[in-house]
Write a protein of this length. Structure first.
Length: 431
């Protein structure tokens, strides 16, 4: 099977280096490999696979959650987040920088996109923090790191894609992502507090305390987002709605919030719908190509052969995870996270499961690795978003975000040593 494997790897390198659309490139690789090494009607196989892939019931959730995030982009949620959280963080070590992390955590719970989370929270917080004299490195770096939580905290678009490609319950993946997302947010806040304690010049002088009544009044600004989180995730976790129904509830809730704030114009609604169509078309093409290549590789027996070859190396499961972590870090430097998942999953998932790792756990591990890819140059979408907000250089922003990338690497070690951090909640729900 060295011939088919060499062909697939060679074509992957050529298509990536040539700038071919990922979905088209993956589909082309599958077609060429089957035509060369299998005697079958590839056209019929491709047509049937495209139909079954694009009509999967699980994919209905994708456009709904994307539309919810697009609608919320046209509301005052980012402004409300800063107003509601800032009175409660102004006396913590690190002061208002914590608003970046807390705001991204809350917004991630109603948006499945890392870039949308970064852009929505950052367009208010960065301006406020820099105007108040906070260190630019800490403010920008914390936003870059915290913005990646949009991938991990449900509802998460990459978790939906992983669930479809890996044939894993999306509901269990959502439940599994909740605790790691909150723990990672707490670790980010811990680093901010430590950095400000070690170097007080990073933050302005401590502000006087505010009356309790004023602080409670400020919390009223968080009512819309808390309402939406409760509306969507509450119905999901307590079993009142399926994953698809919860996505539809989310769109309804986003419309209620936008109309209640009177921020959604006909033009804004059209832009939200158009943005949803564009994003879904991009993801759909990647999914179709990835699923077809996955089935083509299965027909050629490549995943099993690669898994057998790597198993023959006798790697300890922890060593295998270390190799995969390094692999995805390097891959993330040249490829966006979503493409990295769908291109490699047919090979890496069998390796992980053969080593004894739970597919749900591996999904969360994979999401954390592509979170790191969001803030590693030259292809780091969060870096691009923040560059648009600040006009700073990509590599400079990446250097400022490096401590948060190291925290995520440390967290992957933590969940590898203690997988119950990820699996306890979904397993107890399953039981």
């Amino acid at each position: 099977m060295t011939g088919p494997l060499a062909l697939v790897l060679g074509m992957l390198v050529v298509t990536l280096a040539g700038g071919v659309w990922v979905g088209v490139g993956l589909m082309s690789i599958g077609i060429v490999a089957l035509e060369m090494f299998r005697d079958m009607r590839v056209d019929r196989f491709l047509a049937g696979d495209i139909w079954s892939s694009t009509t999967a019931v699980e994919l209905i959730t994708l456009p709904l959650f994307i539309l919810m995030g697009e609608l919320l982009f046209h509301t005052r949620l980012s402004e409300n987040l800063f107003k509601g959280l800032s009175p409660w963080t102004r006396r913590l070590p690190g002061r208002l920088v914590h608003v970046n992390v807390m705001g991204c955590t809350l917004f991630a719970a109603v948006s499945g996109s890392s870039a949308a989370t970064t852009a929505t929270v950052g367009r208010i917080t960065l301006q406020e923090l820099l105007a108040r004299g906070y260190d630019r490195r800490l403010a920008v770096g914390s936003l870059a790191g915290a913005g990646t939580l949009g991938f991990l905290i449900p509802p998460s678009i990459p978790l939906i894609v992983y669930g479809v490609v890996a044939d894993v319950s999306i509901l269990e993946l959502f439940i599994a992502g909740l605790v790691p997302g909150l723990v990672l947010a707490a670790m980010f806040m811990g680093w901010i507090a430590f950095a400000a304690w070690r170097n007080p010049a990073l933050v302005p002088p401590i502000e006087p305390p505010i009356p309790l009544a004023e602080g409670l009044k400020a919390l009223a600004n968080l009512v819309p987002i808390v309402f939406l989180i409760s509306f969507v995730m509450g119905s999901l976790y307590f079993g009142f709605a399926s994953i698809t129904e919860a996505a539809a509830i989310g769109v309804l809730g986003a419309l209620v919030v936008a109309l209640g704030q009177r921020t959604l114009t006909p033009l804004g609604l059209w832009q939200a719908l158009l943005g949803t169509v564009k994003t879904c078309s991009m993801i759909g093409l990647i999914l179709v190509g990835a699923l077809f290549l996955s089935k083509a590789m299965a027909r050629l027996g490549l995943p099993a052969d690669v898994a057998t070859a790597i198993q023959s190396w006798g790697l300890h499961p922890f060593a295998l995870i270390a190799v995969l972590l390094l692999f995805y870090l390097l891959l993330g430097c040249v490829l966006d996270g979503l493409s990295a998942i769908v291109m490699t999953l047919p090979v890496t998932l069998p390796l992980a499961t053969a080593a004894g790792f739970d597919p749900v756990w591996f999904g969360v591990f994979l999401i954390i690795t592509i979170e790191m890819a969001q803030i590693t140059p030259p292809v780091g979408f969060n870096l691009f978003v923040i560059q648009g907000l600040t006009r700073d250089g990509i590599f400079r922003i990446a250097r400022w975000a490096a401590p948060f990338c190291i925290i995520m690497m440390t967290f992957t070690v933590l969940i590898t040593l203690f997988p119950e951090i990820v699996t306890f909640l979904p397993h107890s729900t399953r039981g």
